[in-house]
Design a protein around this ligand. Structure first.
Ligand code: NAI
Length: 338
């Protein structure tokens, strides 16, 4: 393992020097949990992203193998691997963006909240590392239950004195990706032409698709609204059951995570008009965190958009979502405060 890493490092150094001469822009990105079901395809796709100059792959198992494999791809990013807690600080130092898919996934019959006890501790440890080694990095948090892990991360950063709400984003992109796909199927459109805002949170009834705001403008029958809302809210469970005990969504999640990370990097670069949905600190409702569209810029989520006009069906959904979200947020905050 060490000799493999040494080789990567020296060739990486030469590549980095070549790039410095050419002046190509690039960001340093770390993936924590890079050897997992999401982490591996996520690492592969990030290695193909031209905005990434350095890619750090951290996990408590199998990081060397994944790193050796991905480092052979003939794309620009220099890849380095980090194995286990003693290497966490090296993995994080100097990073612009940290993506966290570390933790256990659901099995059939489990809710995302059933993962709380294991994943809460993992997220706490990783965020303590971020606060120490790259306090200015943008954080994309994927580990479930996102409705609680984002408040946990916020409390860890507050304790460390590094909290900037703009830089902490819970990844709800998979809900948007699913919504675009399912709505396009019903409308007979190409999913790439469809934009469905999905607000609230990332679990069951907290996932609230705003079908009245779909672009291009369209209308649905009450049956279609019921079908689409249920399918979007239970898309994760559909995959968990189909995988029959071997895990939850990994490939579509990696795709969604890359789509979201790429938007964050374009924002960091200074591109105008980069807007995606994410679970962030928010004043849109009375809750301290809520998912809505946000504008991504050089400092993270620079603008949090309002919900826009809701119909009666969506207003009822919003009340249900807020009730469950309030409990999940409270659970995350108390985990750190106690
Ligand atoms: P997995 O079990 O295949 O991979 C998780 C990886 O995390 C493993 O390689 C494991 O070694 C690593 N890990 C465990 N403890 C760690 C630690 N302390 N530091 C670093 N790495 C650690 O799980 P999978 O399928 O990749 O899912 C990961 C997480 O993503 C789960 O919590 C899952 O619920 C969540 N998820 C979130 C979605 C979202 O939309 N936000 C969608 C799908 C899954």
């Amino acid at each position: 393992y060490p000799s493999n890493l040494q080789m990567e490092d020296s060739s990486g150094l030469r590549q980095a020097m070549c790039r410095a001469k050419g002046g190509a822009p690039g960001f340093k990105v770390a993936i924590l949990g890079a050897a997992g079901g999401i982490g591996q395809p996520l690492a592969m796709l990030m290695k193909t992203n031209p905005l990434v100059s350095v890619l750090h792959l951290y996990d408590v198992v199998n990081a060397p193998g994944v790193t050796a494999d991905i480092s052979h791809m003939d794309t620009g990013a220099v890849v380095r691997g980090f194995l286990g807690q003693p290497q966490l600080e090296s993995a994080l130092t100097g990073m612009d963006l940290v993506i966290i898919p570390a933790g256990v996934p659901r099995k059939p019959g489990m809710t995302r909240d059933d993962l709380f006890n294991i994943n809460a501790g993992i997220v706490r440890t990783l965020c303590e590392g971020i606060a120490k080694c790259c306090p200015n990095a943008i954080v994309n948090l994927i580990s479930n239950p996102v409705n609680s892990t984002v408040p946990i991360a916020a409390e860890v950063f507050k304790k460390a004195g590094t909290y900037d709400p703009k830089r902490l984003l819970g990844v709800t992109m998979l809900d948007v990706v699913r919504a675009n796909t399912f709505v396009a199927e019903v409308l007979g459109l190409d999913p790439r032409e469809v934009d469905v805002p999905v607000v609230g949170g990332h679990a069951g009834v907290t996932i609230l698709p705003l079908l009245s705001q779909v672009k291009p403008p369209c209308s649905f029958t009450p049956q279609e609204i019921e079908y689409l809302t249920n399918r979007i809210q239970n898309g994760g469970t559909e995959v968990v059951e189909a995988k029959a005990g071997t895990g939850s969504a990994t490939l579509s999640m990696a795709y969604a995570a890359v789509k979201f990370a790429d938007a964050c990097l374009r924002g960091l670069r200074g591109d105008a008009g980069v807007v995606e949905c994410a679970f962030v600190a928010s004043q849109v409702t009375e809750l301290p965190f809520f998912a809505t569209k946000v504008r991504l810029g050089r400092t993270g989520a620079e603008e949090v958009f309002q919900l826009g006009p809701l119909n009666e069906y969506e207003r009822i959904g919003l009340e249900k979502a807020k009730k469950e979200l309030a409990e999940s947020i409270h659970k995350g905050v108390s985990f750190i405060k106690k």
